[in-house]
Design a protein around this ligand. Structure first.
Ligand SMILES: CC(C)(COP(=O)(O)OP(=O)(O)OC[C@H]1O[C@@H](n2cnc3c(N)ncnc32)[C@H](O)[C@@H]1OP(=O)(O)O)[C@@H](O)C(=O)NCCC(=O)NCCS
Length: 315
């Protein structure tokens, strides 16, 4: 059980009843959404997004979508995901507590519950929040999410990486880049076999994004330019996925990296986005090396610096 002694505004310790924790359901869904919208307005959470990143996300389990309530009022929400088959890393992708219910141990109670359930499901570590298919942000932004950062540190989480988000304005002045033998063009149906082979080099969630995008393009639901391909010696050697003005994921076949192919593909994707009417391109997550060598020369600047946290729960 979680601690229930709380030092409130006064110096007297008061005993707080533990919150009731129930799975996300039709009856508490709107309350959970209201909590996320109030606590994290920068996420622009909509009902559709919350459904996609919880109930419809790969690996979703009702017992890991936790809604806390006190005196029958919903006051906190936490979304966790179990380890992917054969692995032992669990994930917490979102947590939020209503403003007027903070510093009463609600988040603490949610963490106790989620960590215990993840442990039962075979997790030995919990990450916040790099869960590919359904992440909101790659972890708190310490300068903005100060309470969350303090809470995680208090609960024994440590920072394991500091990815960054970047953006760039798109103008007609973006000049093309060249690298011998590589050229870029949008996906077409005959590329599927090459792409299937290429995606074997990348993570399962990237593969799923690219497969879904090919399917949506072929059904006429998305423009072919949302999957740009780098071609070399008549083979597909790289892909760049775009959704609206969001760029990524993006990757070049491992044996061909370091030859400037990635920069050519990035530039061609940005030019294509601009031609389709977008004025900016942004993404949520990259590392410093890629930021310096690939994105900064193409005009991207840092917008957010996240902290990915991890905690061992095997003990
Ligand atoms: C982070 C958040 C969920 C904490 O919820 P909470 O129910 O108030 O947290 P708890 O009461 O369980 O706090 C547990 C401990 O965390 C730390 N903590 C929490 N809020 C803090 C704050 N504002 N300042 C400093 N430390 C804080 C304290 O150590 C606290 O223990 P204490 O009260 O005994 O000192 C809440 O502030 C929130 O919803 N913030 C916005 C959402 C967010 O940033 N989510 C993370 C992004 S995914």
């Amino acid at each position: 059980m979680w601690p229930m002694l709380h030092a409130g505004a006064s110096s007297f310790l008061t005993v707080m009843p533990p919150p009731h924790i129930a799975p996300l359901s039709e009856s508490n869904f709107q309350d959970a959404l209201d909590i996320v919208q109030e606590a994290l307005p920068e996420l622009n959470a909509s009902a559709e997004l919350l459904i996609r990143r919880s109930v419809l996300a790969p690996g979703y389990l009702p017992e890991l979508a936790l809604v806390a309530s006190c005196d029958a009022e919903c006051c906190g929400y936490m979304q966790a995901f179990p380890p992917i088959a054969g692995r032992s890393d669990g994930y917490i992708t979102l947590f939020a507590v209503s403003q007027h219910c903070r510093r009463r141990g609600i988040a603490t109670a949610l963490f106790y519950e989620a960590e215990a359930r993840l442990k039962q499901l075979g997790a030995t570590r919990v990450f916040i929040a790099p869960y590919g298919p359904a992440y909101w942000i790659p972890g708190p932004e310490p300068v903005r999410h100060t309470a969350a950062t303090q809470l995680l540190e208090k609960r024994g989480y440590r920072v394991c990486s500091r990815p960054l988000a970047m953006r760039t304005a798109l103008t007609s002045e973006t000049s093309p880049r060249f690298s011998a033998g590589v050229f870029c063009s949008p996906f077409c149906a005959s590329d599927v076999f090459d792409i299937q082979e290429l995606m074997a080099e990348f993570s399962e969630d990237w593969k799923q994004i690219v497969l879904r995008t090919m399917e949506e393009i072929l059904r006429g639901l998305r423009p072919a330019g949302e999957l740009m391909l780098a071609r070399f010696n008549s083979r597909v050697v790289g892909f760049a996925h775009v959704e609206g003005s969001r760029f990524g994921p993006f990757g070049i076949r491992a044996e061909l990296r370091g030859k400037g192919f990635g920069s050519v593909l990035l530039t061609e994707s940005l030019r294509e986005m601009h031609q389709r009417g977008h004025n900016e391109a942004w993404f949520m997550w990259t590392g410093d090396a890629t930021a310096i060598h690939v994105y900064t020369p193409c005009g991207f600047t840092e917008t957010h610096r996240w902290a990915v946290f991890v905690k061992e729960i095997s003990g």
